[in-house]
Design a protein around this ligand. Structure first.
Ligand SMILES: [Zn+2]
Length: 278
């Protein structure tokens, strides 16, 4: 990047070009999902932004720089200010920097830590919570322990947009080795998402899809689990399994090339650790 900046600075001979190049370093945008519901992109992370009659509801600040940018650029879509911040869960890459949004109402699941990067939730819930805000309905559902222990799904109506973080994304492999999670509990979280009623699948990572994409994610994970388990029981090494479990059906999914071997490795490590291989 430094090389590129230097090159650009020489080529353009202007400071303006340089600042443009620096700004392009982080990809940020606010794009419509449906109706009054938008996604805010900060590189590979997305949050959800909904305009209501009473103000703007944001799910996940991402980080301080992202949240500051979002607040400053909200005028692209509305002149209303942010009234509510909902945390999908308290993992740093999604939940940092919330203070920059200045929301008076902050909602998180019961298990979230007392303050999330210095922001104290003003309301917590256990299994489920529905809020009517400025003509929109926000249905929040605890997905159970698995990927974290405070992860929720947020569905916005009447647009029927489901904001799902980290446990599933349309046509995209699970993250790397599926770290610091019980994979079976993670699968249960995907099953919980399946029980919810929504149309547009807005993930925190990757492209927008539809509810039915959840079925494919579940199928990917259960197929991977079955194949890795069978391979381990047959005495195969992780390297053997990485070579043989090709999951061809998912070749067109995002991150297939890079994360498939890591998925196999993570699944194998989980199954051994969980005592599933006898
Ligand atoms: Zn997470």
């Amino acid at each position: 990047m430094k090389k590129l900046l230097t090159k650009l600075a020489f080529a353009a001979g202007s400071f303006a070009m340089l600042t443009t190049a620096q700004a392009a370093d982080v990809k940020r945008a606010i794009t419509k999902v449906a109706g009054d519901v938008y996604r805010f992109q900060n590189n590979f992370n997305y949050s959800l932004v909904t305009i209501t009659d009473d103000g703007v509801v944001v799910v996940d600040p991402i980080n301080a720089e992202a949240a500051t940018w979002l607040k400053a650029n909200l005028n692209q879509i509305t002149d209303k200010s942010i009234t509510h911040l909902i945390y999908s869960h308290s993992h740093g890459g999604h939940a940092s920097g919330g203070a920059a949004l200045g929301a008076a109402n902050v909602i998180a699941q019961k298990n979230a830590r007392e303050a999330i990067d210095g922001v104290k939730p003003t309301m917590r819930f256990d299994e489920a919570k529905t809020m009517e805000i400025g003509g929109k309905t926000f249905e929040m559902t605890y997905l159970g322990a698995g990927h974290g222990d405070d992860l929720i799904a947020v569905i916005v109506r009447p647009e029927n947009v489901g904001f799902i973080t980290d446990v599933a994304a349309p046509k995209r492999l699970p993250f790397k080795t599926m770290p610091s999670s019980s994979v079976d509990a993670w699968i249960d979280q995907v099953k919980k998402v399946q029980t919810l009623d929504f149309e547009h699948f807005a993930p925190a990572h990757g492209n927008i899809g539809v509810k039915a994409d959840t079925d494919d994610v579940l199928k990917y994970m259960t197929t991977l689990r079955a194949e890795v388990l069978a391979g381990l029981k047959a005495g195969k090494s992780v390297e053997d399994l990485q070579a043989s479990i090709t999951m061809d059906e998912y070749k067109d999914w995002a991150q297939y090339e890079v994360w498939r071997p890591l998925n196999v490795q993570g699944m194998a490590e989980y199954l051994v650790k969980a005592g599933k291989v006898k």
